[in-house]
Design a protein around this ligand. Structure first.
Ligand SMILES: *Cc1c(COP(=O)(O)O)cnc(C)c1O
Length: 311
């Protein structure tokens, strides 16, 4: 969050326009709403895969675009090359939150994106024991002169011990991603065939809306997915409470597999109609697949889902 704050608060003024996708990480959505009221820039929510629908940008100031791909929790992907070339033509600056993909799977700068943000709290550290963020850009001068200044004057640096842990964790990032992606592919295929599951959102599945985009710009499909339990809210709650190995937690990207039930956790304060528009149904479960033995993860899911098929 401090990487996002550092980037956006460095640039945005009351003259500017911020174009953001509707289904950003909850904290980011809330943060943008907060600073919009304080700074007074114009905010436009748009589908970043359809930049032509945004039309001509009439802004007296600068235009910034903020997106996440794959997104949380429905794993929709944004065509980064398409977005970057639209931004180029319209003189807009692009910022992409790359937390779900990590640099192992996706490097937005190579597609022409201006700024990339990571929550190092997730995969980059990977051990769930430190908080931090990163800002990556090819605009080195702006980074050093402007962003660095915001960082320093607002005290947004990560603390040294967390940095130490992250530099340890990041050494195994490639190994961890490799294993987690392989596990995720197996689990997504298994869930997709399961009788207690309605729909699986995983970019690696051909049935997923963003499969083609993901295939084009990612090296692998990641280890995040979501799926809908048949039976809605109660079935999803029953599933999470029956899990024995997998923990229920709002974080993601750890060595261990983790689940979140958005309707009762991350989106509990979001209007039901609003979350339904973004596919966050009552029975939706978000799963962060870890690097455990895949059969162990599958067994835990299987027996927890069994309660839903047997009732
Ligand atoms: C967790 C997360 C954040 C916020 O990161 P913190 O390290 O918790 O501040 C931002 N974006 C995405 C996509 C995330 O998953």
């Amino acid at each position: 969050m401090s990487a996002i704050h550092c980037t956006l608060s460095t640039f945005l003024t009351s003259e500017d326009l911020l174009i953001a996708q509707g289904n950003l990480y909850g904290g980011t959505t809330e943060y943008i709403q907060e600073i919009k009221e304080k700074i007074g820039f114009k905010l436009l929510k748009a589908d970043l895969n359809k930049p032509d629908e945004i039309g001509t940008v009439h802004s007296n100031g600068e235009t910034y675009i903020f997106g996440e791909t794959p997104s949380n929790p429905d794993l929709q992907c944004i065509d980064l090359q398409g977005l970057a070339s639209w931004a180029d033509m319209n003189n807009a600056t692009t910022i992409i939150d790359n937390t779900f993909a990590t640099p192992i799977l996706q490097r937005p700068l190579e597609f022409g994106i201006d700024y990339v943000i990571h929550s190092t709290t997730k995969y980059l550290n990977g051990h769930g024991n430190a908080l931090g963020g990163a800002i990556v850009t090819c605009h080195k001068q702006l980074l050093h002169e402007k962003i660095w200044k915001t960082l320093k004057l607002n005290g947004l640096q990560a603390n040294p011990f967390d940095v130490f842990l992250c530099t340890q964790g990041i050494k195994t990032l490639a190994l961890r991603m490799n294993r987690a992606c392989a596990n995720a592919t197996r689990i997504a295929t298994f869930l997709n065939k399961h009788e207690a599951v309605n729909r699986v959102n995983y970019p690696g599945l051909k049935s997923h809306k963003s499969h083609n985009i993901a295939q084009k710009q990612m090296n692998d499909y990641g280890a995040m997915m979501s799926f809908e339990c048949i039976g809605g809210y109660d079935a999803a709650k029953r599933f999470t409470s029956e899990l024995e190995m997998i923990s229920i937690t709002p974080t993601l990207g750890n060595l261990d597999s983790l689940v979140l039930h958005p309707a009762s956790m991350s989106h509990i304060n979001v209007d039901r109609e609003d979350r339904l528009k973004h596919g966050i149904t009552d029975g939706l479960i978000r799963l962060s697949v870890g690097i455990e033995k895949v059969e162990d993860i599958m067994d835990d899911i299987k027996s927890a889902l069994f309660m839903n098929t047997s009732s």
